[in-house]
Design a protein around this ligand. Sequence first.
Ligand code: PEP
Ligand code: MG
Length: 325
Amino acid sequence: RQEQYLKLRDVPSVTKDGVEITLQINAGLVVDLPHLDETGAAGVGLFRTELQFMIAERMPSASEQQALYSTVFAEAGGRPVTFRTLDIGGDKILPYMQSVEEENPALGWRAIRIGLDRPGLLRAQVRALLKAAAGRPLKIMFPMVATCDEFERAKQIVEREKAHLANHGHPLPSDLKLGVMLEVPSLLFQLEEICESADFISLGTNDLMQFLFASDRENRRVADRFDPLSAPMLRALNMVAEQAQATGCVATVCGEIGGRPLEAMALIGLGFRSLSMSPASIGPVKAMLLEMNVAELSALIREELKNAGGGETLRPKLAHFAETR
Ligand code: PEP
Ligand code: MG
């Protein structure tokens, strides 16, 4: 199997009816980056910057952060990298950072909330990213954004850092794209506005599932209780795909579902053209999409979604489609 996927490495990632799909990897450490060459992935769709913080014994300094990001750019060899700013808090605790017990850490003081309340941390990280990206294109996205306003404030921090570096004669990134993770359901009801102000949206379906169905992703008793291929989730994803298309905003998926062939197939059927996943999933997902006819699939999903009742899952119908294509 592994060998069969290896053969697909240099095969263009295009469906049977000619639709190009961008496949990228999720990463968080320098050791993840050789997977780009091994899998033939187009880039890093999600670089989880908190990993450096989680494995350190003390807060990484600004220059240590910058050094990591420079190495990531070098190892990526010109392929695009999307950096996510610190997603700490919740279950991602930094031992050296003072934390307060929270009743519901997943719903607590975490990610962009910390970034906006303690802007010193976010500013230092943004500056390290801007410096490391000098002369190169840079993509930054913010985790756990719940309102457009939070994204605007994060954007302002980036703009301020950019202006500061320019004033001090530092070379800037050749291009800067700012995006949001869509993983808090409240953003589903600010879609038009967020699509207009973000350069791109990346769907964090791990958290989106958790918050949409109010089922803890870390709790084995409920984590798999709801199906991402059920009508409520697919309708949420469909709203995003449609709004992104209408506003010309790029929408990608970086949650785990993008790495499961059947789920990835559904995402492509809904209109997503860019998926980021764990490196081991690139082969299986590519093998699936090479055999796929997007027009047929898209018609099937739309029809089924119209008719699906309650929490009905489309899994059996999609599996049947995949087997009989
Ligand atoms: C997600 O929530 O889907 C995601 C990609 O981020 P993480 O798994 O790091 O929370
Ligand atoms: Mg998340």
